[in-house]
Ligand binder design. Structure first.
Ligand SMILES: C[S@@+](CC[C@H](N)C(=O)[O-])C[C@H]1O[C@@H](n2cnc3c(N)ncnc32)[C@H](O)[C@@H]1O
Length: 215
């Protein structure tokens, strides 16, 4: 079971005999409840997330729902490749050092908290990875995040913008913080904002760990 888009991506892998349950975005808790109920009926259930299920995915909700319902079924979390590392590989090596992953979705997290995290990460020179940067109905957070980042980072800081990594329509663009906002940014986009040690080497975005490579 999973969000319809993700189920469609793995359709060829699904056994023809399997019962397939699809759902919409925003129905995560309903899906987790159905998964737990099916498991109690002795079904083997696979709940699909994109990337890694433990990064803004379904692993947490399933564990929380099972606990809330007092259910004791074995739950295994299968690790995946999250958009941050999949995207980083397309850009070069931008997250070689400490990085902070921040979701700009203010649906479940108040904007004041997101803003606090953005400021703290920007001030501490973390490489910053932005998930959920923008959707059709949520366009303001990316503009506010852009303004906050510019307060702390040089406008020429390299920025990588990846869309649909590992899927049809994959795109990876390297730009600067100044220009970031002019690029296409949507629900399938992850953004990596470099830190003070990030540079461009042969068209790739690289954050230096500090090795002396000259000798
Ligand atoms: C709800 S989060 C899910 C993250 C997912 N569990 C992961 O580990 O990658 C959705 C956000 O992840 C990012 N994302 C997920 N898949 C992506 C992909 N294929 N390419 C670029 N970004 C992606 C985008 O920022 C998107 O808005």
């Amino acid at each position: 079971m999973g969000y319809t888009t993700y189920i469609d991506l793995i359709r060829p892998l699904i056994k023809p005999t399997a019962e397939v349950i699809t759902g919409r975005m925003g129905e995560e808790i309903e899906r987790a409840k159905i998964a737990v109920k099916k498991a109690l009926d002795n079904k083997r259930v696979a709940v699909i997330s994109s990337g890694d299920a433990g990064v803004y995915g379904m692993a947490g909700p399933v564990l929380e729902v099972a606990e809330a319902e007092g259910v004791n079924v074995p739950i295994e979390i299968i690790p995946g490749v999250t958009a941050a590392t999949a995207g980083a590989a397309k850009l070069g090596a931008p997250i070689m050092v400490d990085f902070a992953v921040i979701s700009l979705s203010d649906i479940l997290t108040p904007w004041s908290e997101i803003e606090k995290r953005l400021k703290a990460a920007a001030e501490s020179d973390f490489v910053i990875i932005l998930y959920n940067p923008q959707s059709r109905t949520r366009q303001e957070p990316i503009v506010k995040a852009y303004q906050i980042l510019l307060e702390y980072r040089d406008a020429d800081t390299p920025v990588g913008i990846m869309q649909n990594v590992g899927r049809q329509g994959e795109k990876a663009v390297i730009t600067t913080l100044r220009e970031m906002i002019k690029h296409e940014i949507d629900m399938t986009t992850t953004i990596i904002v470099g830190n003070s040690k990030t540079k461009i080497i042969g068209g790739k975005m690289v954050t230096s760990r500090g090795y002396d490579v000259a000798t």
